[in-house]
Design a protein. Structure first.
Length: 141
């Protein structure tokens, strides 16, 4: 039995549906995290308004402690929730990039019937780096 290397219209629609779902989830999580960052900045008691990005980029413990102390108790809870949500955002963002790359691959093969060659493994592997790179970067943090 021979497997057809060309994606069907049904497979293309399925990938498109998954892309739209993951894109919606990613944008929703991004919106929530921006809202949390603004709330965190409003909780800040110091003259300098620190958000979650300032905390994540604090390169020493003294700066990080200064930022945490400026937030107060309410701000610490918001920061913990935001940092936890960040892990879910990483997974959603990476998955969205993966489906985006796979959808473009499907569009190229479906809309190019003159190309009678099946996708090479190198073409398929080109869709994986955004996903793998984002996982690697966030695993190092």
């Amino acid at each position: 039995m021979r497997i057809n290397p060309y994606p069907s219209e049904h497979e293309y629609n399925r990938k498109k549906k998954y892309l739209l779902i993951t894109l919606f989830i990613t944008l929703l999580l991004m919106s929530i995290m921006i809202l949390l960052d603004r709330m965190l900045t409003d909780c800040c008691s110091s003259v300098n308004k620190y958000g979650i990005v300032a905390y994540e980029l604090a390169f020493n413990q003294l700066k990080a402690n200064t930022i945490i102390e400026s937030w107060g108790e309410k701000g610490k809870g918001l920061a913990l929730f935001s940092l936890g949500l960040d892990f879910l955002y990483i997974a959603a963002y990476s998955t969205t990039l993966l489906f985006f790359a796979l959808s473009f691959h499907s569009v190229f093969v479906i809309n190019n019937p003159s190309s009678q060659k099946p996708a090479r493994s190198s073409q398929v592997l080109l869709s994986l780096p955004p996903y793998l790179i984002s996982l690697k970067i966030y695993s190092l943090l």
